[in-house]
Design a protein around this ligand. Sequence first.
Ligand code: COA
Length: 327
Amino acid sequence: MTIRAKIVGTGSCVPEKVLTNKDLEKIIDTSDEWITTRTGIKERHIVEQGENNSDLAVGAARAALKMATISPDDLGLIIVGTLSPDMPMPSVACLVQQALGAKKAGAMDVSATCSGFLYGLSIADKFVRSEPDMKVLVIGSEVLSRRTNWRDRTTCVLFADGAGAAVVTGGEGERGIVSTCLHADGTLWELLTIRGLGTAHPVDASILEKGWQYIEMQGRDVFKHAVKALESVALEAVDASGWSMEEIDLLIAHQANIRILEHLRERLSLPRDKVFINIHKYGNTSAASIPIALDEANRQGRLMAGDKVLLVSFGGGFTWAGVTMSW
Ligand code: COA
């Protein structure tokens, strides 16, 4: 008998405040035309003062629990993928656990940048397959607007805030997660960083002067690695499932850049209607991008029982990951 980890509820939460490309034209030397053609982004959501990563994570979690019709008391584990926690200690997961009143749940953050949600989902898959009654809440949540240098036009037009969540539990049958593939290459870490405010470079005037508290990226190099890694992990995950790419009903890839998504679609020979895209509305929300997209696809009725779904991510570190599931 096959036991699989299934997603039984999804949710998402983004800040109310919307920052459009036109708004950005007023604060930096850029244009709606440049941002749209180079990235596909039209607008993004940005937190207001006092609004934090854990608030977005809790909003997404509540929506996912509601859809799954389970209570916080039923949760055995909370995993939050994030690179922008409220603070170094405690974890965002503990803040979520407290806010939900999930008294029986363990809680931890996973630091795998834009792959944080898929790393978290893979961990949930292993737990649930060995303990099928367990209910795991997996969240991807980011407040990148506070790690963005608003004077650096090469990055500030890209990154944004939001959270997405999924409730995972075990069940008999073919539906659920089929394959998980995780990868990393630390030799390339310098291409995408937030160097400062960790213990290597703690707060001091020289760090702030260098802008090391912000995201720094070698965009062109990251682009090339992203396309290659996403393609190879997509093929690997589909192959590990015993499926062919033609059988995939929906690809949800990390929403970093429309051109990356288009390259990937072409390399995998997938038709446009099989590739989910919402980057125009949210920008790059790192670990939150896949669960936000998954929740939107779910609520739009684009996921039917038994559909073959492929999720792929790539981010700083580098990390990359692929997950297949029969919905
Ligand atoms: N508005 C207007 N012009 C801009 C700009 C902006 N926001 N940002 C950069 N430019 C300019 C540059 O200064 C450069 O001008 P120059 O030719 O006079 O020097 C020109 O546009 C081209 O810059 P370049 O960085 O080569 O552009 P690009 O086509 O590589 O696009 C990215 C830049 C960041 C959109 C692209 O490299 C990218 O998406 N990379 C991957 C990002 C990613 O996915 N990161 C996250 C992984 S999780």
